[in-house]
Design a protein around this ligand. Sequence first.
Ligand code: SF4
Length: 496
Amino acid sequence: MTPSSQADPMSEAEDDTLHEECGVFGIWGATDAAALTALGLHALQHRGQEATGIVSYDGQRFHTHRGLGLVGDNFGDAKVIAGLPGPYAVGHNRYATTGDTVLRNVQPLYADFEFGGFAVGHNGNLTNAPSLRRALVRRGCLFQSTTDSEVFIHLIAISLYSTVADRLIDALKQVVGAYSLVALSNEALLGVRDPLGVRPLILGRIAPNAGGNAGAWVLASESCALDIVGADFVRDVEPGEIVIINEKGVHSIRPFGRTAARFCVFEYIYFARPDSIMEGMPVYDARKRIGEELARESHVPADVIVPVPDSGVPAAMGYAAESGIPFDLGIIRNHYVGRTFIEPTDQIRHLGVRLKHSANRAVLEGRRVILVDDSIVRGTTSRKIVEMVRHAGASEVHMRISSPPTTHSCFYGIDTPERGKLLAARHSVAEMAALIGVDSLAFVSIDGLYRALRHGGRDPAAPHYCDACFTGDYPIPLTDVPEREIHLDTAQAGPR
Ligand code: SF4
């Protein structure tokens, strides 16, 4: 089947970005734990904008506030924070990768057990959640939500072990998937990373100060959340590690033994905030080096390097530095377009990308332009941006992408379209260039990406990262994922 006989991916008005997973934050021992958690969640807002929640513990009782929308909308009111007393808290920003966006799915989830209260926030996705859920329902468990994260609550509830940590380990041994967890019981703050460490989690420390703060421990998805609360980075929570934080300090358990880690490489390309440090590497530097690599691999003569803002900016700076061609802002982003902007007619919806981006004619007119972006998902946004740049007078438009072609869906907590809707799953690079309307198109190679991350190329026998959305090499079993979601059926596959 030829591309022209299929549903036209370029005409779909669906969203055309990969969505961040979730952000988690936890704090133990701060006088104003809920307020600091709200600040931490605010710094992690890019990881999820659909809903947010905080559970605090005051030594006697747990307190919960959850809501749909942004952190500022839910925790900007001092009365809400005053309703979350106590020196211990966990928080969560949600982007729905499983389950609907309704209040009952908003995390942290909370339950009362025989050992006391327990709240948990999850970043990631469990690939065996449907079968675990069916088994738990058969055993009489009553699920309150449709999110996969609730299986943790029920597995902990039915565990025959006595301590919270042992029950948690018992639950973790039954789940398959990617997860970083923060959890709060009446005895401890707990942080967990899955055995391959696909999703990030870091440990930080707020030093004791003269104001009477005795010092606090912090867990967070990214280091940008430590900066905002004045915490120092201590270390990454290791893959497969459980950290238990209480009055005695930080205690570590490794119930899975040590395995080779497979951290999500897309965190460096797009998901993480550029001022975060992930696995010891500043994200900003990594993005600039990917841009340099891209320039070495696929340079064409041009007059100006233009980033697609915001996430294309560091890679474009790296590209410009390596190629010696000036960097300039040929596309301006409107930062005031909220997710709630209602596009009232088809005609206006068609113009949607112009709500977010506009072309800067002063930079583009009569110039040969290299546009640098981080990824191509469905291709709809790329095509509209290229149209806009040409309309502003660019004489040539070349596109360079700071990731390899996204050919596979993610099942580990990133919201990607089904595989058949990924442009690179169905088309060669030359076909994609024609569909997007550029004079040339190139992606950084997978080896180039690894080189930029200081690994000297990808070792297929032992890749350092999860890179499944570029390679199809899924490091964690896709237990309950239907085959049709993993493989393209022949009816969907276009020429490559
Ligand atoms: S499949 Fe892609 S987005 Fe998902 S965890 Fe792996 S590298 Fe990250």
